[in-house]
Write a protein that binds this ligand. Sequence first.
Ligand SMILES: [Zn+2]
Length: 144
Amino acid sequence: MTLHYQQDYQCVKCETFFLPFQSPVTVCPECGEPNLQPEEFREVVRLLVEANQTHRGLYGGFTPPAYGVFSLLDHYVYYSASIFDMYVERQTPRALIIEEVLANETPAWQELLRELLYQLFEQAERQGLFQQKHEETEPMEGAA
Ligand SMILES: [Zn+2]
């Protein structure tokens, strides 16, 4: 069972989808409009880390074998999972992974996502997400 969320969010001015993870405002990476954080996004970093923790406990990796994306938040569950998996597999510093992932984004998106990813890594570390070692990760195929 994978975890799914219903939170969606679009910029109040230009309707770009982005995650309003900063309190009290997150600046839209497309138009620069400061967006007030809606109540249902106050715990969004914690939610993302919890989803990853749950999925890793169930599947051995952060990325579930199959994961349907039904909302903006689901998109970020999947996004963060693939980055966490990369981090665990490669064992390189997180800054390198983050910069690699952000390489093709525009500067404004890089700024937003970099801050989000650093917060996610920090929270994940605090919750010990990268400590639980699996002796031999089982092959992840077969779910498609
Ligand atoms: Zn905007």
